[in-house]
Write a protein of this length. Structure first.
Length: 78
């Protein structure tokens, strides 16, 4: 149960980070073709960092889960 909660939180963080990256353009506070305003630069850095950190954490979790499954399978055959 704790694993599902953790993975769910990481997925939500990843999606939130992606939204921060997309929001300036989707909501429209970044004029098309204009120099990026400070809010856009902030959203891109923070959103990109949050999304990247969440993605790396998900990959590490998936690798650990696969390693655990392989370990269990190896010992089940013995």
């Amino acid at each position: 149960m704790k694993a599902k909660l953790g993975v769910s939180a990481l997925v939500l963080l990843f999606l939130g980070g992606l939204w921060l990256v997309v929001a300036p353009f989707a909501v429209g506070y970044q004029p098309r073709g204009a120099i990026y305003v400070d809010a856009t630069i902030n959203d891109l850095w923070v959103g990109g960092s949050v999304a990247a950190l969440a993605f790396v954490s998900l990959v590490i979790y998936a690798a650990d889960a696969l390693r655990e499954l392989a370990h269990r399978g190896k010992h089940a055959d013995a």
